[in-house]
Design a protein around this ligand. Structure first.
Ligand SMILES: Cc1cc2nc3c(=O)[nH]c(=O)nc-3n(C[C@H](O)[C@H](O)[C@H](O)COP(=O)(O)O)c2cc1C
Length: 266
């Protein structure tokens, strides 16, 4: 315990968790199905521990437990592909994790269709919505996992799911996110954060915005966001906007592109 008056005690509601919870806290990215191939044998394994590690060159890493068949296949072939499943493959993902590639041909067992890769030999899964082909440039054994770093050879996407970002269109086009055990999620709506103005003092602006976010009930927030979305669509069609009753914390111009519409009811 420190006597420094500036360091306050931790908030009361905070609880301690075992160290293993660190990896669960870090979950949240889209689940990937790693496909591999060596000597004519292909395999698929769900992976949640993956991350980008360099932008230029484009490198991504996956942590694979040392004893997995997938780790063997990657060690031998020096390549892997990441296939991103969407909502309809929810049960396939769990099933693929329960099977071991050294005992079962998982692609045959799950009847997943595949198509040809551009740069590697591992097959790609047609039912997914994005694909990254990688050649291994480094492998670091770390604890009970091996971190395989892959040089990205190609990226392909289904534009219904991903443009320059995940689109969050119809639910069946959204990627799956792993929460742990057999629980998954799909992302809800995208939230657009306020972009800081060039010369504004962050303390007061952020304090006000924070207070406002906390004040809004979930219901009120959803209704307000739905109304804003509707307004944005109106603007896109160049129509007049009626913002009566919509409590905006900033001027409409700051959140709506008004070059094609105009506001009434201010
Ligand atoms: C959603 C999900 C994510 C997973 N992520 C990882 C991971 O990142 N690394 C890992 O080693 N195992 C992970 N697993 C466990 C493997 O997918 C599972 O052990 C699989 O059967 C291994 O397949 P293989 O033996 O054919 O290589 C995950 C399981 C699930 C359900």
């Amino acid at each position: 315990m420190t006597n420094d008056p500036l360091i306050r005690p931790a908030p009361e509601q905070i609880e301690e968790r075992p160290r293993a919870a660190a990896s669960r806290l870090l979950l949240g990215g889209p689940v990937a199905l790693v496909t591999t191939m060596h000597r004519g044998k292909a395999n698929v394994m769900p992976v949640a521990w993956h991350m980008p590690v360099s932008a230029n060159p484009s490198l991504v890493a996956i942590a694979v437990e040392q004893s997995r068949y997938t780790a063997d296949l990657i060690r031998h072939s020096q390549e892997f592909a990441l296939n991103f499943p969407t909502r309809p493959l929810l049960h396939h993902v769990q099933y693929l994790a329960a099977l071991h590639g050294d005992r079962v041909d998982k692609i045959e067992a799950t009847q997943l269709e595949t198509f040809g890769p551009d740069h590697i030999t591992a097959p790609l899964l047609s039912a997914c919505c994005a694909w990254i082909e990688c050649e291994v440039v480094e492998a670091f054994p770390l604890g009970d996992h091996v971190l395989f770093v892959g040089n990205v050879m190609s990226v392909r996407v289904d534009p219904a799911s991903f443009d320059e970002q995940w689109l969050l269109g119809p639910e069946e086009t959204r990627p799956l996110h792993y929460l742990g055990t057999n629980r998954y999620s799909v992302l809800g709506r995208a939230l657009e954060a306020r972009i800081p103005g060039p010369s504004e003092a962050p303390e007061s602006v952020l304090r006000d915005r924070l207070a406002e976010e906390l004040e809004l009930t979930t219901d009120a927030r959803e209704k307000r966001e739905e109304r804003l979305d509707a307004l944005k669509r109106e603007v896109e069609h160049g129509r007049a906007l009626d913002i009566t009753g919509l409590e905006l914390e900033v001027s409409p111009e700051q959140i709506l592109d008004l070059s094609r519409g105009h506001v009434i009811g201010e």
